[in-house]
Design a protein around this ligand. Structure first.
Ligand code: ZN
Length: 144
């Protein structure tokens, strides 16, 4: 994610991204995903901070934010406290939504396989020769 969007998230959610500048934190690497997921992460953080400020959930701190197998992974810690069901649900929802949002530009996209890598891309950003999950499975089975 570019520096400006990174700074904006850290400025808007200083409690959630308290570890962003901590050298021995995995959060020190920044947001390991594309700019297209900015709004998704912004919405997720709004939800998490709302739960803490108005619903009494413990304050979460992000320990790692990255793309894995094409989807958004957002790992948090609540210190001494357990993550609540509500926090877990909004993080799950963001992961599910990420499979439909182009990681490059934020337009509607799909999960596609390309050379063994899973990504979410819109038609404009999908590399040539990408396969849908169904096409990927069919191609693999045909290759056996
Ligand atoms: Zn795109």
């Amino acid at each position: 994610m570019n520096k400006e969007l990174d700074k904006l998230l850290c400025a808007n959610y200083p409690k959630i991204f308290a570890r962003r500048q901590v050298k021995d934190s995995t959060m020190h690497f920044g947001f390991c995903c594309g700019d297209g997921w900015f709004n998704l992460i912004d919405g997720l953080c709004t939800s998490l901070q709302y739960l803490t400020d108005y619903r009494g959930t413990p304050q979460p701190e992000a320990v790692q934010v990255k793309e894995k197998f094409g989807r958004l992974r957002f790992y948090i810690t609540c210190g001494e406290d357990e993550m609540t069901e509500a926090q877990s649900s909004v993080i799950d929802l963001a992961r599910i939504l990420s499979a439909h949002i182009c990681e490059e530009c934020g337009c509607p996209g799909r999960i596609a396989a390309n050379g063994g890598w899973w990504t979410v891309r819109c038609p404009a950003h999908e590399p040539e020769g990408s396969l849908s999950p169904e096409e990927y499975v069919t191609a693999r089975e045909a290759g056996r």
